[in-house]
Every structure is written in C-alpha cells, then in structure tokens.
Design a protein. Sequence first.
Length: 232
Amino acid sequence: MQKPAVPAQKPAAPAAPAQEPAAQASADCRRIKCVALTFDDGPGRYTGTLLRHLAAYRARATFYVVGRNVAENPGVVRRAVEAGHEIGNHTWSHHDLTRLPAAAIRADLARTDRAVERAAGVTPETVRPPYGAHNTAVRRQTKRPVVLWSVDTEDWRHRDSSAVARRAIKGAAPGAVILFHDIHPTTVKAIPKVLKSLSARGYRFVTVSELFGGKPPRLAYGGRRDAPGSRR
C-alpha cells in the first residue's frame, strides 16, 4: 500500500530583525511619578551598553556630554538621540567654567554645540557645568537653563555597582534629577537594578526637559519641586 504524499510545507517566513523597544510617550510629570536619570562626561566605551539597558525599560535619559568625547564617538550620540534621549552641554573638555574668562566660556560651549550638531543634528537645550561649578559670570554666558541635580550617586567615588544602585534608589523621589557618569563600567552595570526597582515603584523615566514640562528653570538646583508626592 502506497503511503499518501506528504503535502509540501511552505518555507518559513524570515524572522523580523530584532528592534530595540520604542521610547515611551511623553509624560505629564505634574500628575505622575517621574524621575530624570542624567549621565555626565560621556560618551564613552560603555555608553552603547547603557543605551541597551535604557531601551529594555523604554526609559528616556539625559546625557550631559563632553564635546571632545562627542567628536570621538559621534555614532553613539546619534543613536541616543534616535532613541529619544536628550543631549545636554557639559563643555568641551570638562574645565571648571568659573576659572575661565567670559569669552572662553562662550567659545567652549559653542564648540561643544557644534560637535553635537554634527553628530546628531540637534543642539543641546540645557547646560550642566563640570563639578556643578557656576556663578553669575558663568550663567551670563548662556541663555540656556543651567541644570544641576537633586541626587548625587557619587559613582565617581564609589566604583561599586551595588552602592551606586542603592544611592540612586534610596534618593529617588517624584521630580528627582539623579546624577550618574556613564564613563564608569560599574555605573552602567548598576542601571538595570535602578530601572527595575524604580519601575516597580511606578516611576517613569523622562528627560530633564520633560521633567520640567519643556521649560526648565533658568537655574535648576535640583529636581521638580511641584511633582506629586515630592519630599522637597
């Protein structure tokens, strides 16, 4: 007895290329719990890994970049912008701006702007002075908001991922701006734990500009003070 013919199977459709999760929609941080994760001094060799961690949670962040590092790593800055992250100006070579004359401050910030524009086609809308050092003379040299932070993880001092994560999680509150440095591998390694813990507590991860509804104050010493449930 002849076996029935086995119907030919259609070839499997090619698998769709893996895509990173899309960034989350804009949030109203007056009504929901928001936190701004900010990363200084990059981009560097670990920033690409950090972008993947953020994408896994559809998290937006703000990168305060050093211009000379942007010139060396333009591709990662472009990827950050394409993923919905914000780029801030952190000077060309991390000089203390309070020690520079006015013309040098303007030139330094402008040089960094040009590097970001060439890399990603955007202009930084906020400035973060290195070391948080600023004075009236520094602030007069830019019309943009000068943004500091409300939580310092001290990741530059404590090269310990668990300690960095603990500081970030403990310090987080609605409207907080948390300071990290993505040039340290221990910091990047801490981020998945930070994202997982704060997500479980109902936080949304937004850029600095989003945190302030698109209008950061002229000088932001910390986070958003009118956020729901803010301790400050």
